[in-house]
Design a protein around this ligand. Structure first.
Ligand SMILES: [Zn+2]
Ligand SMILES: [Zn+2]
Length: 404
């Protein structure tokens, strides 16, 4: 290893250590038979949230192409007042959300930065999965209008429901149709720092983003005197610089370096430079944003985070920023208060079931009120030996549960 590379590595190591000291949780072990203060892990559902605290969870930090260890964009903000907000539900992210074992009734508010699949591709999993797993009410989606109605969130959701017509129509017979509904609140993507949500001490604002076409935005969440910025896909823009200043935690994309886009993503050099520095944010540009707005913690995401890409991005960021930094992976969690920001990793089960919430599931529609989606022709094809084989089990279960 040449000396200048070693120096760059050491600079990175020093920075990482400084950041960890600032953010580290835990304390001393007081007894050999007691518990060890946890420094590294958050086990979902095991900690109260302080009234003036925000727990922010990276449920997806990757790219549109599927990858088992990194889903596409999704951040969940849990607030001390009980509110929870999903910011984007990118492809694959709902598996990480589900592993948090939060009742689906608490996951009914979704804010979309834009309509690329890596930011809303798993809405289907939240919509239908939540419907079958305990959500009792409609899903609520907030998202930007487009330059024309066909490029906006309302159009997307209307046609999402049309695309899933067979799914909804067949579920509506066996389940309550209510949780299968989606309400949409659209707002102007050109509105600068405009309030798009305000309730229970929570304010969410929107600023325009510069990315691939008109429509994308970033969100600013304010609660209990804390400010968290959830940057959607964008080239660094003047609105972000102005309104993300004085934030506690700022998430902003930092894209793969152009050489890595060529080497790993198979892009041509022309495409790599256009995508990586035109409609996304290069590591150097990300660093410039953060050294200008100086958040308590800067979070970069939106790249497949492995040793080589991580180091290449870190080297680029260090050219323009040396403050507290996290390059996010899935299941990173930040607890944010006025006093400190703690970063840990989530430890959660791969096989979690949904946990029931406080609300009783609504009843399915009364027999005859919704057309039976299975015809007599199809019903007449039921194979009798299978009916006979299961009959004793069915009888026993019905008897035990008082079913007719
Ligand atoms: Zn995008
Ligand atoms: Zn994206």
């Amino acid at each position: 290893m040449r000396l200048n590379v070693i120096t760059a590595f050491l600079a990175g190591a020093v920075l990482s250590i400084a950041a960890i000291i600032i953010m580290g949780a835990g304390g001393t072990v007081k007894s050999p038979t007691g518990t060890a203060p946890d420094r590294y892990a958050y086990y979902p559902g095991t900690e109260d949230l302080g009234k003036d605290e925000i727990r922010l969870i990276a449920c997806g930090t990757g790219l549109p192409a599927a990858r088992r260890d990194q889903a596409a964009t999704c951040f969940l903000a849990e607030l001390g007042n009980g509110d929870k907000f999903l910011f984007d539900v990118g492809t694959g992210s709902m598996a990480n959300v589900a592993a948090l074992m939060i009742p689906y009734d608490f996951l009914d508010k979704v804010f979309l930065t834009h309509l690329h699949t890596d930011h809303w591709g798993d809405l289907a999993a939240l919509w239908a999965g939540g419907w079958t797993a305990g959500r009792t009410k409609p899903l609520k989606v907030w998202g930007p209008k487009g330059a024309t109605p066909e490029m906006g969130t309302a159009y997307a959701i209307e046609h999402f429901l049309k695309a899933y017509n067979w799914d909804a129509t067949t579920r509506n017979y066996f389940l309550s149709p209510e949780p299968g509904k989606i309400s949409v609140t659209e707002f102007d993507y050109k509105a600068v720092n405009a309030v798009v949500y305000q309730k229970n001490g929570v304010t969410i604002r929107s600023i325009p983003a510069i990315h691939a076409g008109d429509g994308p935005v970033s969100f600013i969440l304010e609660y209990a005197g804390l400010k968290v910025v959830i940057g959607g896909d964008t080239f660094p823009n003047k609105w972000f610089i102005e309104y993300a200043t004085n934030a506690d935690l700022v998430i902003h994309e930092t894209f793969l370096t152009p050489p890595d886009l060529v080497r790993l993503y198979g892009q041509s050099p022309g495409q790599a430079i256009a995508v990586g520095t035109g409609i996304h944010t290069s590591p150097q540009a990300f660093g410039k944003v953060m050294s200008t707005i100086k958040p308590r913690l800067a979070v970069g995401y939106h790249f497949f985070n492995e040793q080589a890409t991580h180091d290449n991005i870190l080297r680029g960021v260090l050219q323009t920023y040396t403050g507290p930094l996290s390059l996010a992976v899935d299941n990173m969690v930040w607890n944010i208060t006025k006093e400190k920001i703690t970063e840990r990793m989530i430890v959660s089960p791969d096989q979690a079931w949904a946990v029931n919430g406080p609300n009783k599931p609504p009843k399915p529609p009364a027999k005859g009120s919704v057309p039976d989606p299975i015809s007599d022709f199809i019903k007449a094809g039921r194979w009798q030996p299978a009916e006979q084989a299961q009959a004793p089990m069915v009888e026993k279960f019905k008897k035990e549960n008082g079913l007719q």
